[in-house]
Design a protein around this ligand. Structure first.
Ligand code: MEV
Length: 328
């Protein structure tokens, strides 16, 4: 079995607006998805997944676009995860030229699904790396990022940026603006995550922002204002001014809230963190439910969040310096 892992991420700034060409700054964190693959010559794709905030599940199907996996469709998150795995394997078939190859795929992840920590990008990146290596092909992290982006783009109906997949493939803090992706220096960031135990549907949330943007010119201005916040945020990161980074994270959360992608539990955790003395806090990722990220100069936020209504889990997030990596 060939195995790879890839990290999840938080957005310091810029989710949603990045879909419209504004810059964003995600940062990889030490929560990883691990994917193991073994070649099958019968063309089938068999996926076993555990620890995806769901009970373990196993599905087997032909792997063709019109053949549906045998899973309970009410488990929409599982179905969505399967779409990403299927898309990743299609990219592997394409890049290796092995058009009919199948795989046994095992996924373990400590990144909750659909919670804003880049679970799907981490699974796709690790799956592409492991499956190509299983076929004797080594891809550079930037090529893996490109292939993983195409997977997300297709699964999310053409509504995806390169941010999640690039960050997961390369690790560290990155800046993404349109097709332009690169690593940036970031100071030590005392990041705390609050998780409400829920999830948001990225495709639906992105579509909701698109609809709002088409209906109201001021929603378009809100998206552009997020771009301005990100540019200021980059300067604050470069200057190592954490208080300013926090203020701008607060601003960013307010604008995301105006775009309708926050929720009661996310707002409650954001306020819980601020009240505890965090420099700033915001939702991370698509929103709708899931996680917030707080910049915590003290050690109070984690404890305060654990008593905040709506918060189910809280933990410190270390920056992941390494992106996709092979596992023995
Ligand atoms: C989702 O993690 C981030 C969004 O900006 C969508 C994307 O960038 O593809 C909401």
């Amino acid at each position: 079995m060939t195995r790879s892992s890839a990290p999840g991420k938080v957005y310091l700034f810029g989710e949603h607006a990045v879909v419209y060409g504004e810059p964003a700054v995600p940062c990889a964190i030490e929560r990883r998805a691990r994917v193991g693959v073994r070649r099958r010559d019968d063309g089938k794709l068999r996926v076993h997944a555990e620890d995806l905030s769901l009970d373990g599940f196993t599905v087997e199907y032909g792997g063709s676009a019109d053949e549906q996996p045998d899973v309970d469709v009410s488990e929409s998150l599982v179905t969505a995860a399967m779409g990403y795995v299927d898309g990743a394997i299609e990219q592997v078939r394409d890049v290796t030229g092995e058009k009919t190859v199948g795989f046994d795929v095992t996924i373990e992840s400590d990144i909750p699904l659909g919670a804003g920590l880049g679970s799907s990008a981490a699974v796709v990146v690790a799956a592409i790396d492991a499956a190509t290596r299983e076929l004797g092909v080594e891809l550079e992290p930037t090529e893996i990022a490109e292939r993983a982006f195409r997977t997300e783009y297709e699964v999310q109906d053409g509504q995806a940026s390169r941010a999640d997949t690039f960050c997961s493939a390369t690790g560290g803090a990155v800046r993404v603006e349109g097709d332009d992706c690169g690593s940036i220096e970031a100071p030590d960031l005392p990041l705390v995550i609050g998780f409400d135990g829920g999830a948001g549907d990225t495709g639906q949330l992105v579509a909701g922002v698109r609809a709002l943007r088409e209906e109201y010119p001021f929603a378009e201005d809100t998206v552009a204002a997020i771009g301005d916040v990100v540019r200021n945020g980059e300067e604050a990161l470069e200057a190592g001014d954490l208080e300013e980074v926090g203020r701008l994270m607060n601003f960013n959360h307010g604008l995301l809230s105006a775009l309708g992608v926050s929720s009661r539990s996310l707002d409650s955790m954001v306020w819980g963190a601020r009240d505890a003395g965090a420099y700033g806090a915001k939702l991370t990722g698509a929103g709708g439910g899931g996680c917030i990220v707080a910049l915590d100069p003290t050690d109070e936020t984690e404890t305060a969040l654990s008593y905040t209504p709506g918060c189910e889990e809280t933990f410190r997030a270390e920056l992941a310096e390494t992106g996709v990596e092979r596992l023995e």
